[in-house]
Structure formats: structure tokens, C-alpha cells
Design a protein around this ligand. Structure first.
Ligand SMILES: Cc1cc2nc3c(=O)[nH]c(=O)nc-3n(C[C@H](O)[C@H](O)[C@H](O)COP(=O)(O)OP(=O)(O)OC[C@H]3O[C@@H](n4cnc5c(N)ncnc54)[C@H](O)[C@@H]3O)c2cc1C
Length: 419
């Protein structure tokens, strides 16, 4: 048994919930603090993919030449609120700097280490019944309409090959056999057999939170306004339910973590890559396999409540209103991909990916004290990496040697950041 601490976890998205449950299972007194419903942030509306190929960062070589074209093209996978450009420009510059071949190689090695432990970590956290009810092992398919779009992703395939990710390249006939619902326009495909997906991301978070409460974890319905470090090096939280002192605090507030991290001495360039989904409750098309279109960069995921079409990166911060025309456009692309798709009853949603420009999360102690730990910035891969993040945070609190070297995830990699 490790030394027992009173620990607050700030934020009940998938990352916070996984941290809270892992810490509780180590015997700590854990309070999960969240002002909203569990799993109602980015963890609610994502594509639910637990990617087995998730070791490719957003920034890859040549990005600097592609971004301007993607931003200007209205139908592309990138959008920007131009008034936000001055705010996001330093982040974009860091993204470009993280896109050099040698940085990408190092980032992908670090991400692959998380990836290797991602699924086993979910198996440990979830009961057998919940795992089988919520996570399906059908793989993930990237279809391409043209040789050119297929060739355009060869760099990412080579990178994945170097990381030992299993995938198969499919020709037209094999593609149709694997996914008959797909339009016959597609000529090539890449299939990742080890990928999994959750059929209900919010339920996944809520099941984990349910286990946490059953195992005597506490949930406090409140927001955290500030963190301070007392003279004895213990953190205190000013919450909407009053002031509380803890032995340790975990900051897992997703895209809202930047301000809290700064209060503990960590200046991190966390911003949000806003993303949309459209939920089609009665799509009339049954997908056998989740899909990410290699041409339109949208994900199509079969879920309990219908087919989820999701994607887009929009730079616009946390406050700008939603532009649901983007979600409409994604449904248009989905109709091209899946002939016969019905959009009746479609519901659109906007969410906030918590993103760092090098595509790696921050997992580790705050600079000012190791009584505050940080677990945020999972960007496009928070569903995939939430459970392993919880385990690593629990290792740090227990002073067990973590299963992987956490140096790449340190907040200090951004020294000099304005935050
Ligand atoms: C469209 C879209 C598709 C995606 N698809 C995938 C995918 O297929 N696979 C994948 O792996 N990832 C995907 N992601 C990314 C993934 O959803 C996120 O990385 C992940 O959900 C982040 O989890 P989180 O717990 O860090 O943040 P969140 O789920 O956003 O949770 C943060 C929580 O902190 C709370 N909070 C904020 N401030 C405070 C405060 N001051 N006090 C207390 N609580 C606070 C919020 O209310 C919120 O509940 C996608 C994201 C989007 C938007």
C-alpha cells in the first residue's frame, strides 16, 4: 500500500475520471471536482476512436505549405475565426516548429509508448461487462478516392510502420468486401485491424465515474476558480463550493486547464482545436467498420445512438459561438461516402479539443510543486490515451517508477511559453 493522500482531480472528462479511478484504486481519498455532468466536455462528442495508429502528430513535414491552402479552402478540414489569428499565431508557429522530420520522429516514438499501453489500461479500469458493452474491436478503415490522396498519406504510413503499427493496404475489391456501404468511387484503403472504438463516449466516462463512486470516490459538483500552494507546500482550491485543502491536486480540466496550470507555475501553450459532430439517429446505412475518409478528413463512427460524423479543426478559442454550417458540410461529405445515407433528425455539436502544438499531452508534476500533477492536452487522442494517463498519474503519486519515461510529456518542454 502506498502512502495515502487526500487528492482532488479537477475535471470529470475521460482523462479526469480515469485519473480519479486509478488513484482511488491505490487507496487514496479522491474527490473529483466538476461543475457539469460527467463526460460532457470534449469527452461527450468525439468520434470515439481508440486509434491503434495514433502515433502521428498533427504537424508533419511540409505542413507549413499545406496550412494556408487548407485555411482558405472553405470546404477543407481546417477553419479559422480570423479575429482569433493573433491569439493562435504563436501556437501555429510552435506547430510548424514541431513538424520537422526529426521532431516528428521523436514525438511519434513518445506517442507510441502511450499507445502500447492504451488498451490494456482500459481493460484494467473497466469491468469485463462494461468493456465489452462499450468498446468494440472492429478496426478502423481509411478509404481513398484517388491514388493521389492515397499517396499523400504515404509519409504517415511509413512513420507508423517504423513504430510497428499493424495495417493492411486494400485494393478496390477488398475495400468493398470489408465495407460494402462505402461508395464504389473509392480505389484504395488502409485498414488498421487493432483499432477499437467506443459506441458511447459519454457512457464510457460515466461508467468509469460510476465505478469510482461505487469504490467510495467522491464527486463534488463545483467549479475550481483558483489553486494556491500553501506554505507547507499543500495545494488549496478556491471552488464554487468553498475553499478546500488537499494533499495533492490533479489538473485534468481539458481545454480549460491553461489558467489553472499557470497558477502552479506551468506556462503551457494550451489552446483548443474546436471540432464538430453531427449525430444521425436513423442513418439507414449500417457501417461494419468505423471510417476516417482519407479525402475529407471526417470520421464516421457507428454508435449506440446512430452514426456519428465528426471532424474539422477550427481555431477560434473557447468563447466564439458555434458555426454549425461546418457540421452540415461534413454530413454532405458523409452522403458522398455512403450512398443512401439519411440525415433525418441530425443533431450538431461543437466541442473543444485540448491541444498542444506538438500533439503530446502534459503528464507530470507542476514546476512549482510535485503536489500538483497535470494531465491535460490530449488533443485529438484523449479517448485513446485517457486510461493510460490515469495509470501514469497514479504511478507518480505512489512514487512507483512509471511504465514509460515521462520526460517528453513534461510541462517544462514549453519553457518560455506565454501562458
Ligand atoms: C470532434 C472531436 C472528435 C474527436 N475524436 C476523437 C477520437 O476519435 N479519438 C480520440 O482519442 N480522441 C478524440 N477526440 C479528442 C478527445 O475527445 C479529447 O482529447 C478528450 O475528450 C479530452 O478529455 P479531457 O478529459 O481532457 O477533457 P474534457 O472531456 O473536455 O473534460 C474536461 C472537463 O473539465 C471540466 N472543467 C473545466 N474547467 C473546470 C474547472 N475550473 N473546475 C472544474 N472542472 C472544470 C469541464 O467541465 C470538463 O467536463 C475528439 C475531439 C473532438 C472535439
Amino acid at each position: 500500500m502506498t502512502e495515502r493522500h487526500a487528492i482532488a482531480v479537477i475535471g470529470a472528462g475521460l482523462v479526469g475520471v480515469c485519473c480519479a479511478l486509478s488513484l482511488r484504486r491505490d487507496g487514496h481519498d479522491v474527490t473529483l471536482i466538476e461543475p457539469n455532468e460527467v463526460g460532457s466536455g470534449a469527452s461527450y462528442g468525439n468520434a470515439g476512436l481508440m486509434s491503434s495508429g495514433g502515433c502521428v502528430p498533427v504537424g508533419t513535414p511540409g505542413l507549413i505549405w499545406k496550412v494556408p491552402r487548407m485555411l482558405v479552402g472553405r470546404a477543407g478540414p481546417l477553419a479559422i475565426r480570423w479575429s482569433y489569428l493573433p491569439r493562435i499565431a504563436p501556437w501555429l508557429w510552435r506547430l510548424v516548429r514541431a513538424s520537422s522530420p526529426d521532431r516528428v520522429e521523436r514525438i511519434s516514438i513518445a506517442l507510441a509508448q502511450l499507445l502500447e499501453r492504451a488498451q490494456p489500461a482500459y481493460r484494467e479500469l473497466l469491468s469485463r461487462e462494461d468493456y465489452h458493452a462499450l468498446i468494440q474491436a472492429r478496426g478502423l478503415l481509411f478509404p481513398y478516392k484517388t491514388e493521389a490522396s492515397f499517396e499523400g498519406s504515404s509519409w504517415a504510413r511509413d512513420l507508423r510502420r517504423r513504430r510497428g503499427v499493424r495495417f493492411q493496404v486494400l485494393e478496390k475489391a477488398e475495400l468493398q468486401q470489408l465495407e460494402p456501404a462505402l461508395s464504389s468511387e473509392h480505389r484504395k484503403g488502409v485498414y488498421f485491424p487493432d483499432a477499437r472504438h467506443t459506441v458511447d463516449p459519454q457512457k464510457l466516462a460515466q461508467s468509469l465515474a460510476g465505478a469510482f463512486v461505487e469504490e467510495q470516490g467522491q464527486i463534488l459538483l463545483a467549479g475550481v476558480d483558483s489553486i494556491s500552494i500553501d506554505r507547507d507546500d499543500r495545494p488549496s482550491l478556491e471552488t464554487t463550493a468553498g475553499r478546500r485543502r488537499f494533499g495533492k491536486v490533479v489538473v485534468a480540466a481539458g481545454a480549460w486547464s491553461r489558467r489553472l496550470a499557470r497558477m502552479c507555475g506551468a506556462r503551457v501553450p494550451l489552446d483548443t482545436e474546436r471540432g464538430y459532430h453531427a449525430m444521425l439517429p436513423d442513418p439507414r446505412v449500417q457501417l461494419r467498420v468505423p471510417i476516417i475518409s482519407g479525402d475529407h478528413s471526417i470520421a464516421l463512427t457507428p454508435m449506440t445512438d446512430g452514426l456519428r460524423v465528426s471532424g474539422t479543426v477550427e481555431f477560434g478559442g473557447l468563447k466564439a459561438s458555434a458555426n454549425f454550417a461546418i457540421a452540415e458540410r461534413m454530413v454532405g461529405f458523409a452522403e458522398q461516402l455512403l450512398p443512401g445515407l439519411r440525415r433525418d433528425g441530425c443533431r450538431a455539436w461543437l466541442g473543444f479539443r485540448p491541444s498542444l502544438p506538438d500533439s503530446m499531452p502534459v503528464i507530470g508534476p507542476a514546476p512549482r510543486t510535485d503536489n500538483v500533477l497535470m494531465a491535460f492536452g490530449h488533443g485529438h487522442l484523449g479517448v485513446t490515451y485517457a486510461a493510460v494517463t490515469g495509470q501514469l498519474i497514479a504511478d507518480l503519486v505512489a512514487r512507483r517508477p512509471p511504465a514509460i519515461d515521462l520526460t517528453p510529456y513534461s510541462a517544462s518542454r514549453f519553457q518560455g511559453a506565454r501562458g
